[in-house]
Design a binder for this molecule. Structure first.
Ligand code: GDD
Ligand code: MN
Length: 354
């Protein structure tokens, strides 16, 4: 088997026959199979069996009683069941034109990339099938935010949220994936650095039926983003906490030795800023160092930012206390929390930018 085409379906009965017909035409001459991974409550499974009986290529059906992981979980089951290592994922509603498949297969077969992404946002692609302006906006904004959160891994991808892609499953750690909801490609790409190529495509209108995207899917997406990013952020937080402890300790020791309080505070701050940098280099952004600017340049950016932040925080706390009538402890706590996030974003987007 040269190609397994995985199609997650949820109540797509009126689209199955047309999808199989167009896929079969598109992959004529290729040893390919179609696997429907289905969570439907309508008669989609019956229709798949009927269509399979007379289809010119093998059409398999995996019907799941528990729709674990939704669309993403279905795709992962498809990967596991596929007869070929080359696995193409596409929607069952013909918004993804099957006629693009040969171009994607050809691109992967050149052997220099692990994943081929069909993109609505690469040159020549369109997203006209997105039902309304709100969805276009949501799609564009969430794509931009996602790319900013994974600047290196998604560097070569204009459309990390597409549901149309081809991958060699041997490069994917299937057991490590935690699919929830629609964004299965993001789940895959965010976990490892892949070599990626894109081909543009026109995201068409649905053949029949309605989109299953929902606010709930939107929430899934946000928690997925947080979970995927949490690894780095929690290490960053732990190191920041250790730094704060070290800071207090150094001030204490120095003042015990008779050093002036201000001098002790400055020394402690600079020592922890440098220590912090060395630790995040080693434990947080180690996978991004290679693509970023040189070590001294990274250090200069990090050092400059942390000093500026420490200096700026003082008048901000004063302003909050005086004009906002907030207690100085609460004002300090608020600025520290905000500073933590700003610092994390600055380091991922600027210090370790490719
Ligand atoms: N097995 C299974 N289980 N399939 C599902 C489920 C589920 O819970 N939910 C949806 N599907 C199937 C649909 O039947 C369809 O074949 C495909 O997944 C995509 O679902 P749509 O309802 O058509 O989603 P969409 O068109 O709004 O979203 C598509 O485009 C987005 C880009 O705008 C998907 O490809 C998204 O992944 C993609 O982000
Ligand atoms: Mn769709």
């Amino acid at each position: 088997m040269e190609l397994s085409i995985i199609v997650p379906t949820f109540n797509e009965a009126p689209n199955v026959a047309e999808l199989v017909r167009r896929v079969a035409l598109a992959v004529e001459g290729v040893d390919a199979e179609i696997i429907f991974v289905d969570d439907s409550t309508d008669d989609t499974p019956d229709v798949v069996r009927q269509v399979a009986a007379s289809a010119p290529l093998p059409v398999r059906l995996i019907h799941r009683d528990e729709k674990t992981g939704g669309l993403g979980g279905a795709v992962v089951e498809g990967f596991a069941a596929a007869a070929s290592d080359s696995c193409l994922v596409m929607d069952g509603d013909l918004q993804h034109p099957p006629e693009k498949i040969p171009e994607m297969v050809e691109r992967l077969s050149r052997g220099d990339v692990d994943v081929v992404v069909a993109s609505r946002y690469a040159g020549g692609g369109t997203a006209s099938g997105l039902a309304d302006r709100t969805r276009v906006l949501v799609s564009k904004v969430s794509t931009a935010v996602t790319k900013a959160m994974f600047p290196v891994k998604l560097r070569d991808v204009t459309d990390p949220m597409t549901g149309f892609f081809l991958a060699d499953r041997r490069v994917i750690d299937l057991d490590g994936l935690k699919p929830r909801g629609f964004k299965i490609l993001l789940e895959i790409l965010a976990r490892r650095a892949f070599r990626i190529a894109e081909v543009p495509f026109d995201f068409a209108d649905r053949h029949a039926g309605e989109s299953k995207a929902s606010l709930r899917q939107g929430m899934h997406f946000l928690t997925q983003l947080a979970a995927l990013r949490f690894g780095k952020m929690s290490m960053f937080a732990v190191i920041g906490g250790l730094g704060a402890l070290a800071n207090v300790l150094i001030v204490w020791v120095l003042t015990m030795l008779g050093v002036n309080y201000i001098v002790a505070a400055v020394i402690a701050a600079e020592v922890t800023i440098v220590g912090n940098f060395l630790l995040i280099e080693r434990f947080v952004f180690q996978d991004m160092r290679g693509q970023a600017s040189g070590a001294w340049s990274r250090f200069a950016k990090s050092f400059g930012f942390n000093n500026a932040e420490a200096v700026i925080r003082i008048p901000i706390v004063a302003l909050m206390v005086e004009s906002g009538h907030i207690s100085s402890v609460i004002a300090t706590a608020i600025t520290l929390v905000v500073a933590f996030f700003v610092r994390f974003v600055f380091h991922s987007l600027v210090v370790y930018a490719p």
